[in-house]
Design a protein around this ligand. Structure first.
Ligand SMILES: [Zn+2]
Length: 440
C-alpha cells in the first residue's frame, strides 16, 4: 500500500462534504421492497394469548384495535404495547357509525395504554367512515375494510382515512397461507403496502366479542413464516408505523451541513409535517455514499447502529432529532500523523472474527460473551441458551447446524435479538458475509 498517497488524500480531504444526491431515504424500512400490516379488531382475548406470541416469534409487530366498552384485557394489551405492538382505537361502543367517539375513544384508550407513538390510528366499526375532521384532529390514519385496492403503492392509500385492508377468515378467500403470501408477493412486485384485517380465530383460544369471520391462526402463522423467509423484501410492521414512515419519507429532506471535523460528513434529516397528532418521529432508513470501510454514525451525539456495504453506509435515523454525523472510524486521530497504516486494526479484527467459508474449521469459535468486529456485531450464547446477535441491523442472519443444514434465516434488527435455540451442539451463524460458531 502506498502510504504517501494516503497522506496526501487525507490532507486534501478535511471535512468531507456530503451532497444531497449521495444520500437516500429508503422507500421502506431496511431498504426492503414492500410493507405489510396485520390488524386485529374487537380485542379478543386470543389476540393477547395467541396472536401476539405468533408475531413475537419473529420479532414482528401488529396493530390491535380496541373497543373501549368491550372490556379489553388492558394489562395484556399494555404488555404488547411495551413489546412494540400498536394499540389503536375501534370506538367506544362499536355502534353502526363511531361518529362522536373519535376523540373520546382515543382518550379512553390513552387512559389505559401508554405507548411510544401514542394512539394514532383507528379502525371504523362496520367500516363506516365517521366525521373526517374529528378523525384528522385525533389520528394520522383510519382503516376501512376491503375496497379492491388493498395492495397500495409506495405512497399508501389515496385517502389516509380510508386505508383498505383484506378481510381475513371464513367470510372470504383469505383463510389459508397462500392467500396471505400471494398478497404480499403482489405488494413486493408493486413496491407497495398491503394490509390485513382479522377478528378472532377458528382454532385458538377465546374470541370474546370477535366472532365475525374467524380466521385459521395457522394461515397467519404460515404467512409470518413466509415473511420471515423473505425478510429482505418485506417489512412487517403495524399500520401506524408504516403510515408514519410513508408521511415522513415523503416530507423529509437530507440537508448537508458545511464544516465540521476532518473525516466526517454532517447533515440533518428534516421535515415540517405539522399536525397535533404525531411528532412523526419514527426512524427512517438512510444510506449515504462513502469510500470509508469503517464508520461511526451518531445523531445528536448518540451512537446509531450502522453497516457499510457496497460503497454505502446504512443506518436508521429520526427526523428532526439533531445532527447526524458519519465519521471515518479508521482514520487516524487528527493530532497524530496521518501516515500511520490506518487499515491494520480493522483488517486484523475482520480476519479473526469472519470466515469466507462457514464450514472452515479454522473459523473462530464464538462462545465468548461477545465478539466485537469492526462492524460492532456480537454473536453469543445467552444464559438461557439462545444464540443472540447484536449490532447487525439490516444484515441477513442465518443459523446452520453442524451438518450445514439451514435452520433459520432472519434479518438483523440492530438491538440484540435472540435468533435461535435448540439442542446441544455447535451451530454456525452467518451475519452478512461473516461467520461465527456458537455452542449451545
Ligand atoms: Zn369490529
Amino acid at each position: 500500500m502506498d502510504y504517501k498517497k494516503l497522506t496526501v488524500a487525507a490532507a486534501l480531504m478535511g471535512a468531507s462534504m456530503i451532497y444531497a444526491q449521495d444520500a437516500e431515504i429508503a422507500t421502506w424500512a431496511g431498504f426492503r421492497k414492500a410493507a405489510t400490516s396485520f390488524t386485529f379488531d374487537d380485542n379478543a382475548p386470543n389476540h393477547v394469548t395467541h396472536a401476539a406470541p405468533a408475531f413475537d416469534e419473529y420479532g414482528y409487530k401488529a396493530t390491535f384495535n380496541l373497543v373501549v366498552n368491550w372490556n379489553p384485557d388492558w394489562s395484556g394489551f399494555q404488555k404488547m404495547a411495551d413489546n412494540g405492538h400498536e394499540i389503536a382505537s375501534h370506538s367506544n361502543t362499536h355502534g353502526q357509525n363511531m361518529s362522536g367517539e373519535e376523540a373520546s375513544s382515543k382518550k379512553s384508550i390513552e387512559n389505559h395504554i401508554t405507548q411510544k407513538y401514542g394512539i394514532v390510528t383507528v379502525a371504523y366499526p362496520n367500516c363506516n367512515v365517521p366525521n373526517v375532521s374529528a378523525l384528522q384532529q385525533n389520528y394520522i390514519a383510519g382503516r376501512i375494510c376491503g375496497n379492491g385496492q388493498e395492495v397500495m403503492g409506495k405512497d399508501g392509500p389515496s385517502d389516509w382515512f380510508r386505508v383498505p385492508a383484506h378481510m381475513t377468515g371464513s367470510t372470504g378467500s383469505f383463510n389459508n397461507t397462500n392467500a396471505f403470501t400471494g398478497a404480499m408477493q403482489q405488494a413486493i412486485q408493486k413496491g407497495g403496502w398491503v394490509m390485513f384485517l382479522t377478528h378472532g380465530f377458528s382454532n385458538a383460544g377465546n374470541n370474546g366479542n370477535a366472532n365475525y369471520s374467524p380466521t385459521d391462526l395457522n394461515a397467519i402463522k404460515g404467512a409470518l413464516k413466509w415473511a420471515n423467509q423473505n425478510d429482505k423484501d418485506i417489512w412487517v410492521a403495524p399500520m401506524g408505523f408504516v403510515a408514519m414512515y410513508i408521511k415522513e419519507r415523503k416530507a423529509s429532506k437530507i440537508e448537508p451541513q458545511d464544516g465540521g471535523a476532518a473525516n466526517t460528513m454532517t447533515f440533518e434529516l428534516k421535515h415540517n409535517i405539522a399536525d397535533n397528532v404525531s411528532k412523526y418521529d419514527y426512524p427512517l432508513s438512510i444510506k449515504v455514499k462513502t469510500d470509508w470501510s469503517n464508520v461511526e454514525v451518531t445523531q445528536d451525539g448518540a451512537a446509531l447502529e450502522s453497516k457499510v456495504d457496497g460503497g454505502y453506509v446504512y443506518f436508521d435515523a429520526v427526523p428532526n432529532a439533531g445532527k447526524i454525523v458519519v465519521k471515518n472510524a479508521a482514520a487516524a486521530p487528527e493530532s497524530s500523523s496521518s501516515s500511520e497504516p490506518e487499515s491494520s486494526s480493522s483488517e486484523t479484527s475482520s480476519s479473526s472474527a469472519g470466515c469466507v467459508n462457514p464450514f472452515d474449521p479454522g473459523c473462530q469459535t464464538g462462545v465468548a460473551a461477545a465478539i466485537p468486529n469492526n462492524f460492532l456485531i456480537s454473536v453469543y450464547r445467552s444464559s438461557d441458551n439462545y444464540i443472540v446477535v447484536g449490532g447487525a441491523q439490516g444484515q441477513s442472519i442465518t443459523v446452520f447446524n453442524s451438518l450445514g443444514h439451514k435452520l433459520r434465516s432472519t434479518r438483523g434488527l440492530g438491538a440484540e435479538q435472540k435468533v435461535y435455540t435448540g439442542a446441544k451442539g455447535m451451530y454456525i451463524v452467518k451475519v452478512g458475509g461473516r461467520t461465527w460458531k456458537v455452542k449451545l
